[in-house]
Design a protein around this ligand. Structure first.
Ligand code: WQD
Length: 334
């Protein structure tokens, strides 16, 4: 298929582009580079051994995006582009709603204009909100969140679902990610956020690299076996494979499907820290501090739907995730 990948220079997008090309699909990347390294596309090209069409653009810019749709006839769009810092979204809600909602609506309008009918969306486990029991299953109400970032995912899911109701020949897969970590085996792609990381693994990696002095574990008094929060961490390469399979599913189905991408297992922050230490044979300085506002004690995926519909399941271990995350950080942290 010929696929437009928005946010294709970002952490998950770049790994997915590699997976798509290696599976024989062709890709055009649109990314405004607001939270990506400028050399990512060259790195992708060196992994896949071919040039990739790439436009530096905000995908909510309809006139510029129309030129992209005029130039290539896409079979599908995978939409990663968007703002994703939970804490920042609380301080700048309008920026988050404007960027994360406008981009989807712009893409849908252009897809309608140019006859492209397959859409894979980057959603998040955050749509299950604080009320649902875990493991989260797709049939649970996914209509809540605790931040504007999360609400923008809920609203995008709604927009896409309503769009499909009006256009039953259209296909949407809403991929609800759990906690992606780890890096590509080449050591060329990984999670490298601008500024001080918000997410756990990039923070750990910068402590390991000596750029940050120590990790603070947010809360040691949760009602979990070791008192720290539990999450479903999955390898970003498994996640990339999940996107490829979702795209291939969309090719053969119409309608909307929400699908969890997670391993189905929860591990705690403390367990992840210890796994990182033992996978990379090092000691990681850390302290246990107060809870972070908005964190849930624990959640993980019920991953059976992904296996049933997509034939997908996570294959990498926590050790693989920790080893590859450090390999990337070691080679790339300045
Ligand atoms: C994981 C655990 C923290 C940093 C968020 C979004 C989600 C998705 C991924 C966006 C938690 C703890 C963290 C630190 C810590 N989307 N932690 N010290 O909050 O589960 O999910 O990111 O990109 O939609 O909500 O992920 O990596 O921030 O935190 O102890 O310095 O690590 O409290 O328990 P989270 P995270």
């Amino acid at each position: 298929m010929k696929v437009l990948v928005t946010g294709g220079a970002g952490y998950i997008g770049s790994h997915t582009v590699v997976e798509l090309i290696q599976a024989g699909h062709s890709v055009v990347i649109v990314d405004d580079l607001s939270n990506a390294r400028t050399d990512v596309v060259c790195r992708i090209e060196s992994i896949v051994g071919q040039k990739i069409k790439f436009r530096v653009l905000d995908c909510a810019d309809k006139e510029q995006m129309r030129l992209v749709f005029q130039e290539d006839k896409f079979d599908a769009v995978i939409h990663f582009a968007g703002r994703k810092a939970v804490g920042e979204s609380v301080k700048k809600p309008l920026e988050y709603y404007r960027t994360n909602l406008d981009s989807t609506m712009t893409l849908l309008e252009l897809m309608e204009e140019y006859g492209c009918k397959k859409f894979v969306f980057s959603s998040s486990a955050t749509v299950y909100g604080p009320e649902n029991p875990y493991p989260y299953k797709e049939e649970m109400p996914a209509i809540q969140s605790s931040s504007p970032y999360g609400w923008s995912k809920v609203m995008n899911e709604r927009i896409l679902t309503d769009y499909v109701t009006a256009h039953p020949d259209f296909s949407v897969v809403l991929l609800r990610y759990f906690n992606p970590i780890g890096s590509h085996d080449s050591g060329l792609l990984g999670d490298d956020p601008n500024g001080i990381p918000n997410n756990l693994m990039p923070y750990i990696a910068r402590v390991a690299a000596g750029v940050l002095p120590e990790l603070t574990i947010f809360g040691g008094d949760y009602p979990t076996p070791d008192g720290t929060c539990q999450r479903d961490y999955l390898h970003v390469v498994d996640l990339a494979v999940g996107h490829r399979k979702a795209l291939e599913y969309a090719e053969n189905h119409t309608g909307v499907e929400a699908i969890n991408l997670g391993t189905g297992n929860g591990i705690s922050v403390r367990e992840l820290v210890h796994a990182f230490e033992s996978a990379n044979d090092m000691k990681l300085p850390y302290v246990v501090g107060p809870r972070r506002d908005g964190d849930l004690p624990a959640f993980w995926a019920d991953a059976t739907k992904a296996k049933k519909l997509l034939g997908w399941e996570a294959t990498h271990t926590v050790e693989d995730m920790c080893r590859s995350a450090w390999d990337f950080a070691k080679k790339n942290t300045k």
